[in-house]
Each structure stands twice: as structure tokens, then as C-alpha cells.
Write a protein that binds this ligand. Structure first.
Ligand code: NHW
Ligand code: EN5
Length: 388
């Protein structure tokens, strides 16, 4: 069934019910001297390249490869359209390795035809903090699919991760592979229902008119929580404390320090937005919410080419009720002209999704760990990790 994945240190389907297998690494690290020193062989028309996203030209090449060939929904109506600024942010966190940003070119034309990336992250699984690679942006040009290039790319990124003495990885995918740590559901909150219906992202409900639908999804012009404001650089220590304390309760979650929070959560125009609640009395930071910007190209529509989507990122409520906090997030997203606000059913998201008129999407997201076994399949609410 899975000729490649059967050979890899990942949970296998046949072991799913087996509670006697221990939690933790599936295989031990090998001495660094035993890690293959040369890149894996590609089919002879192709060659490896390391992509420097700081180079405007290389960043554009990667952007165009992904814009034309990355993830689509199951009916091929929408395709993720990560911006260049987003890619630079996603691939340049503290301690990143340039060697983990891997491209494949056609030798003769130098055209970029495939890509895969890793970034380092400290991820806690129960009470163990593990340095991992987060693998993302695996993409093979549409014309080169089903030639078994993906396994070579995965083996090559694995080799380069091993060279840094890192032996575990985390990744997500819309497809089922051996074997999910957890399976999450996408939920969608319409902000611009007319456009969403016009482009086929959503449908007019039974016994609903367009004007009733627009009214259903109306939001106030202003946020309602006193002390709700944009996160600023001086908030990094307080937000780090708030977030670290919140993420403790999940089975799998990132172990963020102040440098990580500064990188991943300080607002970056058109990339990531973070808001917090500062108590007007005590000036304590009591609540936090954030979302990242990931538009999708709309394939084959006469009137629209881009769907502006905000994706729920990390949120913490200690004083403001979840529903009020996340409604304020919807209000600011609407003000910023997003068409839809998306969220997974991870962390405490179930407590606000239905109430705030999110509806389940047709997509799922499966979470995976490489070379790390977790005893049971986790509920989405046990996951404290959001990958981009
Ligand atoms: S998920 C998004 C992945 N990208 C897309 O869906 C874009 C559109 N599709 C494509 O570009 C986020 C191609 O279809 C791709 C496959 C490139 C997906 N993950 O070359 P072949 C991520 O980026 C397996 C893992 O012929 P193809 C996460 C498949 O099961 N494996 O297929 C990435 C089969 O193996 P099997 C995937 O269609 C995580 C083999 O690839 C996969 O031309 C990577 C077929 O290869 C996927 N999304 O290209 C793993 N899709 O055993 C990281 C298919 O079943 C692991 N496959 O025969 C950790 C590494 C680091 C470890 C460090 C210690
Ligand atoms: C790695 N970082 O399928 C990411 N999206 O539901 C890679 N559906 O947008 C993995 N098909 O349900 C990505 N509208 C896996 C996801 C791939 C993209 C994907 C789904 C998630 C999606 C939309 C559009 C469907 C178009 C036809 C969808 C319904 C919205 C509706 C709004 C009103 C209330 C009910 C729901």
C-alpha cells in the first residue's frame, strides 16, 4: 500500500491498537559520521539546489512554483497562494538552516520544479521537549507528478536534518499517511458571504435568501472587549508567559521562548496579526488571539481571482470569555477585508466554533510525527500545535 512510508520510522497502521509499544523515538539516532555525506540521487534530468529566500529572484521562483502547483481543495476550485513575505517569515525563524530549504531544478533549463522545507522547532510531547524539524511546502510541479520524486525529496530533507543532529519531525497533510497523531477538521466563518457564494466556496443554505445570509453573518464595526488592542514589541515577555502557561495543558505543543514569540507572533503586515487584552485596571495581559494571512487563488472564476482567508493561529483566554475574544478577532479580520476566517478544531476552538457561526469544511488536516510514537490517537483538543 505505502511502498515508501512502510520503510520509514513512523507509526504503521498494523501497530495502531498495540499499547505495548513505548512512547518516544521509534529508532535511536545514528552517529553523525554514519549519516550519508552526499545528497540522494535524483533522476538524471534533475539537480538539487538550496533556495535562499533572501534573494528576491529565488523567492519569486519558489513563490511561482507554489502559486501554480501547491495544495488545492478536493474539487480543484482553490489553490493556496502563500505570499513571498509569508514564505520568508515561515522559513526564517530563530535558528533556521538555509540547507533545509531544498529545491529541485531541471539541469538543462534551470527551471525550479520541486521544493521541500524544514525549520527547527522545540516541540513538547507529554512531558518531553524534543528538538524537531517542521516540514512544509513539499511541492512537485504538476507535470512531474507520480514519478516518485516526493520520496527522494523527503529522504534528502531527512538527511539534512540528521546532519544537524536532529532526529524527529512534525508535519501536517490533507491526505492520510501512516499514521496520524490526530485528525482535525477545518471550520469556516463567512465574513463576506456574497463573494464566498459567488466563487463556490460556500452555498446558499436551504430556505435562505442572499439578504438573510448577509444579515446572519453581519459583525459589529468595533471590537467590544475593553483593553483589546494590537500586540506590540514590549508585550513579548507577557505574551510568552501567557502562551507558555496555556500550552502546558496540551499533549503536543510548541515550547516557545521569547525569541520564538517575537518571530511567530509579533504582527507582520499581511502575514500575521496578533491582538491581546490588557486589563484597563491592572494592565495585566489576560487574553490573546492571532491569525495568519493565507489567500487562495480562485481557479477559473470570471469575477474574482483571490480569496482572502485568515487562519486562526494561537489564542489564549483567561479572563475574556472565548466567544467574546474570538468574536473580536472576527471583527478585526472583517475590518481588514478578509472574506473568510478559518480555524481547526484544535486546543479550545470547539468552545466557540458553533456559537460564532463557523461551519465544518470539506477538508481535514492530519498531524504527523516522524520517528516519534505517541501511544494513542489524540483528540484534536489535545493538540496545541498549529503549522502554517
Ligand atoms: S502537505 C502538502 C503537500 N503538498 C501538496 O499537496 C502540493 C500538491 N501536490 C504535490 O505537489 C504539507 C505532489 O502531489 C506531492 C507528492 C509532492 C505532495 N506528505 O512523488 P510521488 C507538507 O508539505 C507520498 C508526505 O510519486 P507526487 C508536509 C505518497 O504517500 N508524503 O507523488 C510534507 C507516496 O508514498 P507511498 C506524501 O504526487 C511532509 C509517495 O509520496 C504526501 O508526484 C513530508 C508518492 O510520491 C505528503 N503530503 O508528489 C514528510 N503526498 O509510501 C516529512 C504524497 O504511499 C517527513 N506522499 O507509496 C519528515 C522528514 C524529516 C525527518 C527529520 C528527522
Ligand atoms: C499544510 N500546512 O481542502 C497544509 N480546504 O475545509 C496542507 N473547503 O477550504 C494540507 N471543495 O469547505 C491542506 N467551504 C489540506 C486542506 C486543503 C484545502 C482544503 C478546505 C477545508 C476548504 C471549503 C471550500 C470547498 C470548495 C469545494 C469549504 C464550505 C464553507 C461553508 C461556509 C459556511 C458554513 C458552512 C461551511
Amino acid at each position: 500500500r505505502h511502498k515508501f512510508w512502510e520503510t520509514q520510522p513512523v507509526g504503521q497502521f498494523k501497530d495502531l491498537g498495540n499499547a505495548s509499544l513505548p512512547e518516544g523515538p521509534i529508532e535511536p539516532p545514528t552517529p553523525l559520521t554514519e549519516v550519508k555525506q552526499e545528497p540522494y540521487n535524483l533522476p538524471s534530468p534533475y539537480e538539487w539546489t538550496t533556495c535562499d529566500l533572501d534573494s528576491e529572484d529565488m523567492c519569486s521562483e519558489v513563490y511561482l512554483l507554489l502559486t501554480n502547483n501547491y495544495v488545492e481543495d478536493d474539487e480543484n476550485m482553490f489553490r493556496f497562494n502563500y505570499s513571498k513575505e509569508f514564505l520568508r517569515w515561515a522559513l526564517h525563524p530563530p535558528g533556521y538552516y538555509k540547507s533545509w530549504h531544498i529545491g529541485v531544478r531541471v539541469k538543462t533549463s534551470k527551471k525550479l520544479v520541486a521544493f521541500i522545507t524544514g525549520v527547527p522547532a522545540k516541540i513538547r510531547a507529554r512531558d518531553t521537549i524534543v528538538v524537531m524539524a517542521e516540514i512544509n511546502f513539499l511541492c512537485v510541479h504538476k507535470k512531474l507528478r507520480s514519478k516518485r520524486l516526493a520520496p527522494v525529496m523527503i529522504k534528502e530533507v531527512t538527511r539534512r536534518v540528521h546532519l544537524e543532529n536532529i532526529w524527529q519531525a512534525a508535519y501536517t497533510a490533507g491526505v492520510v499517511l501512516p499514521t496520524p497523531v490526530s485528525t482535525c477538521q477545518y471550520w469556516h466563518r463567512s465574513l463576506n458571504p456574497k463573494k464566498l457564494i459567488d466563487v463556490g466556496f460556500s452555498r446558499l443554505g436551504a430556505r435562505m435568501t442572499m439578504s438573510r445570509t448577509i444579515k446572519l453573518y453581519k459583525l459589529p464595526d468595533q471590537t467590544v472587549t475593553p483593553g483589546f488592542r494590537k500586540m506590540e514589541p514590549h508585550d513579548v515577555p507577557a505574551v510568552t508567559r501567557l502562551l507558555r502557561d496555556y500550552l502546558k495543558q496540551f499533549v503536543v505543543a510548541p515550547d516557545f521562548d521569547e525569541n520564538d514569540v517575537e518571530h511567530w507572533l509579533l504582527s507582520k503586515e499581511g502575514v500575521v496579526d496578533s491582538y491581546l487584552v490588557e486589563s484597563p485596571e491592572s494592565h495585566e495581559i489576560t487574553d490573546f488571539c492571532s491569525f495568519y494571512t493565507l489567500p487562495s487563488s480562485i481557479l477559473g472564476n470570471q469575477n474574482y481571482s483571490t480569496l482572502k482567508a485568515a487562519y486562526s493561529y494561537y489564542n489564549v483566554s483567561t479572563k475574556t470569555p472565548w466567544i467574546q475574544l474570538m468574536n473580536d478577532a472576527l471583527i478585526v479580520a472583517k475590518k481588514k477585508d478578509f472574506d473568510v476566517f478559518n480555524a481547526l478544531d484544535v486546543m479550545h476552538n470547539e468552545t466557540f466554533l458553533k456559537e460564532l457561526k463557523f461551519g465544518p469544511g470539506d477538508g481535514q488536516l492530519h498531524y504527523y510525527l516522524y520517528n516519534y510514537r505517541i501511544k494513542h490517537v489524540l483528540r484534536p483538543s489535545e493538540l496545541g500545535l498549529v503549522l502554517l
